[in-house]
Design a protein around this ligand. Structure first.
Ligand code: DX5
Ligand code: ZN
Length: 218
């Protein structure tokens, strides 16, 4: 099975975001990945719920909202109401990751946990039975265009084993420095969803379909 591709609109043209989302959707994106940064949990500022809401009419594909913010809980309802389908957060962003997962599910959304490069897979031990998605960060969150950290392949494999052992339907997504070469390594390690910013949006709209096809393995 080829992986699902979730282009990160962080690499889109922000002056034409609606059009960019329509173009990447038409080019074969499976999900739309939206990177939310607060200038506090990560050293960059990006998108809030108002932009998610404005983009919602531009695609029927799942909105995969990656929260790199602290605190998380006060903003969950706003992102859910704005049209998020999957809400992923970093357990380091607050003291009560289990409670945050419950809050996302209570809003009727799928819940994801994101693991920073230094965060062990073991962090999932007492969350795996509750969650819908694991997002392994293969760069330190904050910016697009960084290089893939190869040590994360071992973590992807470890998380895949945990998912199989759980017997649950959990997506394993990888984010950061994904290009056609690293995409293949991620899939071989056990990933089934790949986020790509730079590699999805390079070359402008005429290239998007070929970019996505290359990420899926050609
Ligand atoms: C990084 C973000 C990523 C990033 C991916 O903090 O979570 O989604 O935009 O961009 P590329 O594919 O360029 O590494
Ligand atoms: Zn992301």
């Amino acid at each position: 099975m080829p992986p699902l591709i979730a282009p990160s609109i962080l690499s889109a043209d922000f002056a034409r975001l609606g059009e960019e989302v329509r173009a990447i959707d038409a080019a074969g994106a499976d999900w739309i990945h939206i990177d939310v940064m607060d200038g506090h949990f990560v050293p960059n500022l990006t998108i809030g719920p108002g932009v998610v809401k404005a983009l919602r009419p531009h695609s029927a594909k799942p909105f995969d909202v990656h929260l790199m913010i602290s605190p998380v809980d006060p903003f969950l309802a706003a992102f859910a109401e704005a049209g998020a389908d999957i809400i992923t957060f970093h357990p380091e962003a607050g003291p009560h990751a289990h409670r945050t997962v419950q809050a996302i599910k209570a809003l009727g959304k799928k819940a994801g946990i994101s693991l920073n490069p230094a965060t062990p897979a073991k962090m999932l031990d007492y969350l795996i039975d509750e969650i819908d998605l694991v997002l392994v960060m293969s760069v330190n969150p904050g910016f697009g265009g960084q290089s893939f950290i190869a040590s994360q392949l071992k973590k992807i494999a470890a998380v895949r084993r945990m998912i199989e052992a759980s017997g649950r339907d959990i997506r394993l997504e990888v984010d950061g420095g994904v290009d056609p070469a690293t995409a293949q390594a991620c899939v071989e390690a056990g990933a089934d969803v790949l986020v790509a910013g730079t590699a999805a949006f390079r070359g402008g709209a005429a290239s998007y379909a070929a970019n996505i096809a290359a990420l899926k393995g050609g």
